[in-house]
Design a protein around this ligand. Structure first.
Ligand SMILES: NC(=O)c1ccc[n+]([C@@H]2O[C@H](COP(=O)([O-])OP(=O)(O)OC[C@H]3O[C@@H](n4cnc5c(N)ncnc54)[C@H](OP(=O)(O)O)[C@@H]3O)[C@@H](O)[C@H]2O)c1
Length: 333
């Protein structure tokens, strides 16, 4: 055990739910010493994801008891281990668990909750692995047993999840038809493995069919909702599954009766928090082993548009809320 005097450090605090910049503030708090089975950590990087913004707004599947430190994921360095802990953890890079509140410079948590990150994974990429790439992998594997060469249809294809879907699908021998809401993204998405890219809008299902040569598509992944999801549903094969995992347009799914009666489509939902809650430790470790290997090899890579020090949280939140970003906004400790 390494005994040090704890230094004061800063964290973002959420005092009530509402507009992101109004309800958050950076406050100093004395750092704690880890108890016997705990470790002290220092934040490296934490992203600002749409789910974080939804939590600040008070519109998410689970909300913290206030006041709370927000931040669903992040990567940190272990700076100190508790008296009964594994001393070899000191200096290790670790993924922070759900519910810890990653937007803090330092913190103390149970050693058993940590996932150790291999040195070969770039730290910024490690910070973003737990939510989006994990979601992409699960959605490609938990609903339909896809065969090599099959197409997967998705919208918001230039998002963090969308890019992970493209990269993982390519690594697994699947093809992706990618719907985006604006032009100018095709070359970039093709460069990371997309097989076809179409824009949202009129006659979406016909344009999807044309792009795949009329392929039977058994899996659709929807993060948008509204008209875009309807166009995708129409393009799916009889008996296919449309998985909804986000609602970026804030428009509900509108499903004509005929899509159920004549095509027998299945409409499912996915939430990675629930997946982690239910996954066995073996299943969880297998997921991370795969994601770490791909991130180390550069197969999985999420672009970053900006990195802000945690103290500049209001600038970072404003930036993360902007449309048409080229990548994620990260905080560093
Ligand atoms: N259910 C789960 O377990 C789970 C897990 C991870 C993520 N998610 C959800 O997945 C979605 C994507 O997350 P992310 O972190 O990958 O996002 P991100 O990287 O921040 O990208 C946001 C994406 O949404 C698009 N977008 C924004 N407003 C839109 C609108 N009105 N209509 C259509 N597209 C719109 C953006 O397009 P532009 O580039 O054109 O602005 C961009 O492609 C979010 O809804 C998030 O909450 C769910």
């Amino acid at each position: 055990m390494n005994q040090r005097t704890p230094q004061a450090s800063k964290a973002v605090w959420l005092s009530r739910f509402g507009p992101a910049q109004e309800v958050t503030e950076v406050k100093e708090a004395p750092a704690k010493q880890p108890a016997a089975h705990e470790v002290a950590v220092k934040l490296e990087f934490a992203p600002i994801n749409p789910a974080d913004l939804n939590v600040l707004a008070g519109k998410y599947g689970t909300l913290p008891t206030l006041p709370a430190v927000p931040g669903i994921e992040g990567v940190a360095l272990v700076t100190q281990t508790g008296s009964a802990g594994d001393a070899s953890l000191a200096g290790k890079r670790v993924l922070l668990p759900h519910g810890f509140g990653s937007w803090r410079q330092t913190g103390v948590l149970a050693a058993q909750d940590l996932i150790v990150v291999p040195e070969t994974v770039p730290l910024e990429q490690a910070a973003m692995l737990r939510i989006n790439p994990a979601t992409a992998w699960c959605m490609l594997n938990e609903f339909i047993e896809l065969k090599a060469g099959e197409w997967v249809l998705q919208n918001a294809a230039n998002s963090g999840v969308g890019r992970s879907v493209i990269q993982i699908a390519r690594a697994c021998g699947l093809r992706t038809l990618n719907v985006v809401r604006r032009g100018g993204l095709e070359a970039e998405l093709r460069s990371i493995g997309a097989d076809a890219v179409v824009e949202e809008g009129e006659q979406l299902s016909q344009r999807i069919a044309a792009a795949t040569g009329g392929a039977q598509i058994r899996l659709g992944l929807n993060a948008v909702g509204g008209e875009c999801a309807l166009g995708m549903a129409k393009a799916l094969a009889d008996g296919a599954t449309l998985v909804t995992y986000g609602a970026m347009s804030l428009q509900p799914l509108r499903i004509p009766n005929g899509l159920l009666i004549f095509k027998d489509l299945a409409f499912r939902g996915f939430w990675v928090s629930k997946w982690f809650e239910k996954a066995t430790p073996q299943k969880r470790d297998a997921l991370f082993a795969r994601l770490f290997a791909w991130a180390s090899a550069g197969v999985l890579h999420t672009p970053i548009e900006a990195v802000y020090p945690l103290e500049k949280i209001h600038l970072a939140l404003e930036h993360a809320n902007r449309p048409m970003r080229s990548g994620k906004v990260l905080l560093h400790g």
